[in-house]
Ligand binder design. Sequence first.
Ligand SMILES: [Cu+2]
Length: 228
Amino acid sequence: MTTWLNMSLQDGASPIMEQLVFFHDHVLMIMLMITTTVLYMMITLIRNKQTSRFMLEGQMIETTWTIAPAIILVFIAMPSLRLLYLMDEVHNPSLTLKAVGHQWYWSYEYSDFTKLEFDSYMIPQEEQQESTFRLLDTDNRIVLPMNSPIRMIVTAADVLHSWTIPSLGVKTDATPGRLNQTSFSISRPGILYGQCSEICGANHSFMPITIESVPAKYFINWVSKMSE
Ligand SMILES: [Cu+2]
């Protein structure tokens, strides 16, 4: 989750998010390269008093400054497309979780098991404890096994919502009458936090998402306890 003074992205908790962070840093390096070059050129132009009144064209420099940006764009486009297609792929999921957005809470259905579904409300301020995070913790957390490919099905019951976990690199619109699909695998145990990311009404800020990522055997224990 985001902690104090964290200005960058959250640490990746899935292989895809790790790659997204690498890509973000890669693009920032290219931007740094361009901005320093442009800044240098602007400063030299301001400081230089010479003018070339009779120079109307320079074939070499014009060819260079047309082709160079095109090459730089290819170096951004290629890894970007790679990630786009990796994120789109659903790799033979071992579990499916359905999230339904409501005004203003999420409900979840584990469609692989019978009668395993629950609502997940934010813990109100009066019931906060030492261990809970204000506006981020829920009464019923999603429990998911780590290191397993998981398919998310996201939809809504009333208005648009958006199911988001920043550390997994997942943000999927929840639309009434539509099933959106996304997938991820969590690479470490822990609690992951997210919030609805579509302005969905008065309590939009108060429908957080919490995932408990646990080893597979704990997950099986949890499932058998829940379906008793
Ligand atoms: Cu919402």
